[in-house]
Design a protein around this ligand. Sequence first.
Ligand code: SAM
Length: 329
Amino acid sequence: MRLIDKFGRPITDLRISITDRCNYKCVYCRTGNEGALYSDLPFADYLRIARVFASLGIKKVRITGGEPLLRQGVVKFVRELASLRNSLGEPLDLTLTTNGHLLEDLAMPLKAAGLRRVTVSMDAVDPERFARITRVQHGFENVLAGIRAAKRAGLEPVKVNCVLLRGFNEDQVPAFGQFARDEGVIVRFIEFMPLEEDRVWSPEIVVALKEILERMSTFRPLFEIPHEPSETARRYRFDDGIGEIGIIAPVSHPFCGHCSRVRVTSDGKIRTCLFSVWDHDLAGLMHRGASDDELIAFIHNVIQNKEQRHHIGEADFVPASRTMVHIGG
Ligand code: SAM
């Protein structure tokens, strides 16, 4: 019953977007408009989807969006997810990705409900730069408070994701090194991918792994440490062992061959790759009264056809049919 695609990749990692609304308008992600494009489902539907995927050997569920903490009822949803068991009888490894704006008050309740870890997005460690990127005033203080609350709540290790954009924040790399050490968080830099609403991506804007390492070496020497093949991030430690840095390099060092992920959008469509040019209407099937066995057959069929790899930067690249905020990062 396990999910394995036609290239032999086991699919063990489910990402569920619970809304495509977001309270930030990051320049590299959103056009700056307010609205959601797609609908949300009731939590009961996401729970059924998670239960069916769990029966197929999924081990890890990441709740994402849009901004998942905008959704009322997220704590109860985590509690319900925590009661599920996968086909091996194991509880799900529950994680959540957030911009951190609303995390301060929610960190403790989320932990108590069964969330294990949290990843917070933060693209600058300087408040003014942060506001320029997110296009929201005074967000930095909230996010910092959210990160600290997550640590206090034991949602560890807290990971902080930073997308680097040339001309915006590439000079923040050393400051993020200091931040990782001071705050006791894992800072992970992500190469900018062509998944933005404005379609402004160009290879020149991408700050690639090699340059990130060079910039960080002006701060302190870094050494690579082992990572699991299916982990997206390459991992590094500073020379004195204090502070961990990750680099997620889908553009310069694609890891599609080890991809273990499948995504469900806020409106219940399955996406087998961030760069899929179509999606698969699981919610439509559910709402037409499909049984669990029918959903399982559908999911197996969809997973079989998971894309082999992305084609970023190649002549035959076709933009994804949805942008990041409407997929779920
Ligand atoms: N709102 C939540 C957050 O801010 O983390 C979850 C959704 S957000 C779309 C998930 C992650 O995708 C964030 O870390 C964001 O920086 C990243 N992201 C958005 N657009 C991206 C792009 N074009 N390339 C790389 N990462 C991107």
